[in-house]
Design a protein around this ligand. Structure first.
Ligand code: NAP
Ligand code: F7E
Length: 337
């Protein structure tokens, strides 16, 4: 049985990756942070009693800022695959907490790589890189060869993690792969990222609990895909004969305004009546547009996106309606809009 160690297991991607690896028959070990309140809602459906003989899912307390715990768990678990998904991942928050963001997304990666370098068994390492590294884009669409121009403390930290992963691959021969993942969303997306904020906002308005949704820059354009498909790409990267770096994206770009328009229209609402612009949500430096070219992933690891932009908006909205106690069948269909 293959053993995997996952940082960031309580996050959107960590939870979908755990689902995937368990379905493939892996033993999955996740590192979680101690929190004063429960932070495991996305993985509660997986958790089993660690004393159960058949259990294949285990959680351990650790933190990417705490080298000794990383070294301890790596050596106790002896995983064949390590997926580094943990980070302070909110770009806007990274302007307010640059040091913590760099410590988790940047130095945290180095701490893990350094622990793996001293491992006495072969370990395959996945690093969760981001399209944010392209920042003020120098060409479009962006590929694995496009130059990075990061525009936030988060993106600078991710560039450090990305380059350090290549450094360890080249210097010490580690099997270390970088994913360069463009935005990917789902019903498990954190509620302060713009897509989920919009779909939750629409559900709250439909439920009569809110009247307004406050947003920032509606002109930003992103390449939005569906998270469960993106974690499959992470796994595929670690099954290759050689480690490499891959862009994972849909190749389609839409503005925040289009996402808003689509979500409100599905609910039969006019977004202009409900959306207010709030300057607090603008960033000191913005990434205007991102659009990825995943040709290399299609050719080399056989990965391609399946869920379209409109299907993504719909599935997120349906889930948020259900969560708000509303019937998702009340959403309009393409024919009735
Ligand atoms: P997420 O939902 O924000 O999850 C982040 C995870 O990191 C959570 O489990 C969080 O734990 C954990 N974490 C935060 N600080 C930590 C620390 N000091 N030590 C250990 N763990 C820590 O992010 P996601 O969307 O799943 O993304 C997964 C990874 O991919 C992140 O590294 C993100 O930067 C990167 N990425 C995401 C996207 C995207 O569109 N989703 C695109 C490209 C790259 P708590 O639950 O306790 O907070
Ligand atoms: O913003 C604009 C905002 O926070 C998208 C992370 O997973 O993907 C994510 O980073 C756009 C930006 O995601 C609001 O200014 C407008 O232009 O949903 P977001 P992000 O910054 O693209 C990348 C690939 C990652 O790696 C990150 O970890 O939407 N926007 N109004 C807003 N954004 C937010 N959050 N809230 C608003 O009210």
């Amino acid at each position: 049985m293959t053993r995997a160690l996952v940082t960031g297991i309580t996050g959107q991607d960590g939870s979908y990756l755990a689902d995937l690896l368990l379905a493939k028959g892996y033993e999955v070990h996740g590192l979680i942070r101690r929190s004063s309140s429960f932070n495991t809602s996305r993985i509660d459906h997986l958790y089993q009693d660690p004393h159960e003989p058949d259990g294949r899912f285990f959680l351990h307390y650790s933190d990417l800022t705490d080298s000794s715990s990383l070294v301890t768990w790596l050596n106790r678990i002896r995983p064949e695959e390590v997926y580094n998904l943990g980070a302070q991942s909110h770009v806007g928050v990274s302007f307010e907490m640059p040091e913590f963001t760099a410590d988790t997304a940047g130095m945290g990666t180095l701490r893990l790589l350094e622990a793996i370098r001293h491992a006495e068994w072969p370990v395959r390492f996945y690093q969760a890189g981001s399209s944010e590294m392209f920042g003020k884009v120098v060409e479009s669409p962006q590929t694995e060869r496009t130059r990075f121009q990061p525009r936030s403390p988060y993106a600078v930290a991710k560039v450090f993690g990305h380059q350090m992963t290549i450094q360890y691959r080249e210097a010490y021969g580690l099997f270390a792969a970088n994913g360069i993942l463009f935005n990917h969303e789902s019903p498990r997306r954190g509620p302060t990222f713009v897509t989920r904020k919009i779909t939750r906002g629409v559900a709250a308005i439909l439920a009569g609990r809110e009247q307004k949704l406050y947003l920032g820059n509606l002109d930003a354009r992103r390449d939005w895909g569906y998270a469960p498909e993106y974690v499959e790409a992470m796994w595929r990267m670690l099954q290759q004969p050689e480690p490499d770096d891959f862009v994972i994206a849909t190749g389609e770009m839409h503005s925040v305004r289009e996402f808003v328009d689509d979500a409100f229209a599905l609910a039969g609402l006019d977004w202009q009546q409900h959306v207010e612009i709030d300057a607090r949500y603008f960033r000191p430096t913005e990434v205007d547009e991102l659009c990825g070219d995943a040709s290399k992933a299609r050719t080399m690891i056989g990965w391609e996106p399946k869920t379209t932009f409109h299907a993504l908006v719909r599935l997120m909205l349906e889930a948020d309606l259900r969560e708000a106690g509303l019937d998702p069948s009340r959403l309009l269909t393409a024919a009735t809009r």
